[in-house]
Design a protein around this ligand. Structure first.
Ligand code: GDP
Ligand code: MG
Length: 653
C-alpha cells in the first residue's frame, strides 16, 4: 500500500465519529466545506513512520440512499473518493441501527474497520457485544472503543498500521436468486456504474439514479419488473427486508442483552398485573404457599428419614439399662433428636421464604393482602411482620415497630402469635406424617391458612373492642422483581436453621431434660409411666382435653411443656415414648385421625411460647401480653373441641 492512506470515518449521527476523529488526528485538522455544499468537511493527517494517514470525517447518516445532502456527500465520497478503508463507527448501545450502515458500506466492496464505540454505554445498559464472534464471522477485526475517553485507540492504530493485511469481509447478506442474478448481470454489463453489489442493488431498486444512461435505465426497468412479478413484492422492500434480517441474525448471535432497568420495570409491571390482580392475587398467594409446603415435604422428607435412621442407630449403640443410658436414649436422642429430624424441612422452608422475599414476591403478598387487611380494619403494612411470623414470632413482633401508630402495632403484635412459626412445624410434620400421609402438604398448608385467618379475626375483634379510628391507606413501594440470589437464600436459610439447631441444643434440651427428670421420678417408678411425677401431672389435667379428643396424659404433658417452646411438644413425645419408631407407634394408637387434627389445631393456636409472650410484653405491655395468652388458650381449646365434636357428629372419627 502506498505511503498515503486515506481513511473515511463513517457512522450514524452521534455515534462518536467526530470524537474518534479528533482522538485519531490530534490537532492536525483542516476544516472546510464539502465541494459545492456548505456542510463542514473535516480532514486531518497523521504521519506514522513512513506513512501518512488522511482521515475524513463524513457526515453522520443512517443509510446511503442519497435522499439527503448528508447521505449524498457520504455516498459520493465512498463511491468516488476512493478511500483505502472506512472506519465505521457504531454506537454499541444501538447495535442494530448502527450495524445496518456497516452492512451497506461493506456491500460497497470497501475495506472496513468496524469500531464498536460507546462500549461504556452498552455495558451500562447490560449489553454485551461479542467482538470475537463478530471478527470470526466477518474475517476482519472488530474493535471496542470509548472515543470520548480515547479508549481503544491503540488497538485501532494497530489495525490501521497493518491496513494492508486487513481483508474484505467474508460474510454478506444474500438476496433471493432473481435479485442475485440481476445484480450479477448489472455488474457485468455496467461495471462503471454498478461498481459494487451495493451500487448494483441501489441502481436496481432505483434509490440510485444514474441520469443519461438510457441503456442502463432500460435494463433496470426490465429486470425490476421481472423480479417484482416473480417475487411478488416491491424491490426496495425485498432488499431492505433481507438486509434487516441479516442484521438481526448477526445481532442474535453476537449481542447479548441483560434487561435494562426500564425493561425490568416493564416486566415487573406485566408480572404485577397478574400477581397483584384483584381476583388472581389472593389465589396465587395461596398457591405459592401450597407449593412451598409441598416442597418442604417432597424435598425434605428423604433427608429427614436419613437423620432419623442415624439417630436410631445411635440410640441402639448405647449399652446398658441404667439411669445414664436412659438419659441419653430418652432425654437426648429421643427428645432432642425428635426435633432435629426436621432440620431439612425447616431449612427448605426458610430457603423458600428467603427466595420469595428476595425475588420481591413477598412485598406483593403484602400488597395483595392490603385489600383484605383493610376490609378487616388492619393496615396492609402489618402483613409483612405477620409473614415474618412464619419464621419465628419473636422477630416478627419486634418488626411491629416499623408501623407508624400504636393501634397498628398493638393489633399486629396481637395477631402475630397465630402465624404458624417454624417451631410448630415439627409437630405438624410428625402428625401429618403419621395421620395424613397422602395429604401432608395440604394439611400443613391448611394449618398455616387457619393461622392467618385466626390472626386476622383476632385483630379485627380487638380493633372493634379497643380502637375506633379509620385505617390509613397503604403506600408501599413495590421493588422490581429480580432473579433471587440462591447464595443469599442459602445463607439466610443456613443462618436461621442454625438458630433452630442451637435452640434445640440449649433451651429445648433443658426443657426435655426437665421432662425426662419428671418422668424418672420418684425413684423406682418405671420410666415415663403414669406413676411418674409427669404422669401424675398429665393425668390430673388430661380430663380437660377429653372434649377435644386427645385426653392421654402424654398429650397433655406435651402441650404443657410446649409452652416453653412448641418444638418441645415433639421433644416431650420423643422423651416419653422413647425413639422415633416407638413414638410413631404410640401416637398412631393414642390418636385417631380426627383427634390428631384437633391436636394440631390446638398446637397451632394455644399460647405462642414463653419467649413470644415476653416480647409482646416488652413491645406493647403486660396487659396485652396477658390478654394474648388468655385469647390464644381459649381460642385454641375451643377450636380443638369444635374440630373434634363436629368431626365426630359428621362421623369422621
Ligand atoms: P458524531 O455525531 O458521530 O460526530 O458524534 P460525536 O463525536 O459528536 O459524539 C456525540 C456525543 O457522544 C458527544 O457528546 C461525545 O462526547 C459522546 N461520545 C463519543 N464517544 C463516546 C463513548 O465512547 N462513550 C460515551 N459515553 N460518550 C461518547
Ligand atoms: Mg460529528
Amino acid at each position: 500500500m502506498s505511503r498515503n492512506v486515506t481513511i473515511a470515518v463513517a457512522g450514524n449521527p452521534n455515534s462518536g465519529k467526530t470524537s474518534l476523529f479528533n482522538k485519531l488526528t490530534g490537532s492536525n485538522l483542516k476544516v472546510g466545506n464539502w465541494p459545492g455544499v456548505t456542510v463542514e468537511k473535516k480532514e486531518g493527517t497523521v504521519t506514522r513512520g513512513e506513512r501518512t494517514f488522511t482521515f475524513v470525517d463524513l457526515p453522520g447518516t443512517y443509510g446511503l440512499s442519497a435522499r439527503s445532502i448528508d447521505e449524498r456527500i457520504a455516498m459520493d465520497f465512498l463511491t468516488s473518493g476512493s478511500p483505502d478503508a472506512v472506519i465505521v463507527v457504531m454506537d454499541s448501545a444501538n447495535f442494530n441501527r448502527n450495524f445496518y450502515l456497516f452492512t451497506l458500506i461493506m456491500e460497497m466492496g470497501l475495506k472496513v474497520i468496524p469500531v464498536l464505540n460507546m462500549s461504556d454505554m452498552a455495558t451500562k445498559r447490560g449489553i454485551t457485544l461479542h467482538t470475537d464472534r463478530l471478527s470470526a464471522i466477518f474475517g476482519i477485526p472488530f474493535l471496542k472503543t470509548i472515543a470520548s475517553k480515547g479508549k481503544g485507540m491503540s488497538g485501532l492504530w494497530r489495525v490501521l498500521d497493518n491496513i494492508e493485511n486487513v481483508g474484505l469481509p467474508t460474510h454478506r447478506p444474500v438476496y433471493q436468486a432473481p435479485i442475485e442474478t440481476a445484480v450479477a448481470r448489472l455488474m457485468e454489463a455496467f461495471p462503471n456504474e454498478a461498481k459494487s453489489r451495493f451500487h448494483a442493488l441501489a441502481i436496481l431498486d432505483q434509490s440510485l439514479v444514474i441520469p443519461g444512461n438510457e441503456e442502463l435505465q432500460g435494463m433496470v426497468a426490465e429486470l425490476g419488473a421481472e423480479i417484482e412479478e416473480q417475487l411478488d413484492g416491491e424491490l426496495d422492500e425485498l432488499i431492505a427486508e433481507k438486509r434487516y434480517a441479516f442484521v438481526y441474525s448477526i445481532a442474535k448471535e453476537c449481542v447479548q442483552r441483560k434487561l435494562s432497568t426500564e425493561q425490568k420495570a416493564a416486566v415487573t409491571d406485566r408480572i404485577d398485573r397478574f400477581v397483584t390482580n384483584r381476583y388472581l392475587g389472593g389465589p396465587l398467594f395461596l398457591l405459592a404457599m401450597w407449593v412451598m409446603f409441598f416442597l418442604v415435604f417432597k424435598v425434605g422428607n428423604p433427608f429427614a428419614d436419613l437423620i432419623d435412621a442415624g439417630f436410631g442407630a445411635l440410640s441402639a449403640m448405647i449399652p446398658g439399662h441404667g439411669l445414664v443410658t436412659s438419659f441419653i436414649q430418652n432425654g437426648l436422642i429421643s427428645g432432642v433428636g425428635a426435633i432435629l429430624v426436621f432440620v431439612p424441612n425447616i431449612f427448605i422452608l426458610f430457603f423458600l421464604i428467603a427466595v420469595m422475599e428476595d425475588s420481591g414476591y413477598l412485598s406483593r403478598a403484602a400488597f395483595v393482602a392490603d385489600r383484605v387487611m383493610h376490609a378487616l380494619g388492619l393496615h396492609g403494612k402489618s402483613f409483612i411482620p405477620m409473614l415474618l411470623g412464619f419464621g419465628c414470632n419473636i422477630p416478627a413482633i419486634m418488626a411491629v415497630r416499623t408501623l407508624e401508630n400504636r393501634k397498628d402495632r398493638v393489633l399486629t403484635a396481637m395477631a402475630i402469635p397465630y402465624m404458624s412459626c417454624s417451631a410448630r412445624l415439627p409437630v405438624y410434620l410428625l402428625f401429618a406424617g403419621i395421620f395424613f400421609p397422602r395429604s401432608e402438604a395440604t394439611v400443613v398448608f391448611g394449618l398455616y391458612l387457619l393461622g392467618i385467618i385466626i390472626a386476622v379475626i383476632v385483630a379485627r375483634v380487638l380493633r372493634r373492642a379497643f380502637f375506633t379510628k379509620a385505617v390509613s391507606p397503604l403506600v408501599m413501594e413495590l421493588p422490581a422483581y429480580h432473579v433471587p440470589s440462591l447464595k443469599m437464600a442459602t445463607r439466610s436459610a443456613t443462618l436461621r436453621t442454625g438458630f433452630f439447631i442451637r435452640k434445640a441444643g440449649t433451651f429445648i434440651l433443658g426443657a426435655v431434660i426437665a421432662v425426662w427428670l419428671l418422668a424418672s421420678l420418684p425413684a423406682g417408678v418405671p420410666y415415663a409411666s403414669a406413676q411418674s411425677l409427669i404422669g401424675h401431672i398429665g393425668s390430673f389435667v388430661a380430663p380437660v382435653f377429653h372434649p377435644a379428643g386427645f385426653g392421654s396424659w402424654q398429650a397433655t404433658v406435651a402441650l404443657i411443656f410446649g409452652f416453653l417452646a412448641k418444638e418441645v411438644v415433639v421433644g416431650t413425645f420423643g422423651a416419653l415414648y422413647g425413639g422415633q419408631a416407638a413414638m410413631t407407634h404410640a401416637l398412631a394408637h393414642s390418636f385417631t385421625t380426627l383427634s390428631a387434627a384437633s391436636f394440631l389445631v390446638m398446637t397451632l393456636v394455644y399460647i405462642p411460647c414463653v419467649a413470644t409472650i415476653a416480647i409482646i410484653r416488652r413491645e406493647i405491655g403486660s396487659r396485652w401480653a396477658a390478654l394474648s395468652v388468655a385469647i390464644s388458650l381459649s381460642t385454641g381449646y375451643l377450636l380443638a373441641v369444635v374440630v373434634f365434636q363436629v368431626g365426630h357428629l359428621l362421623g369422621l372419627g
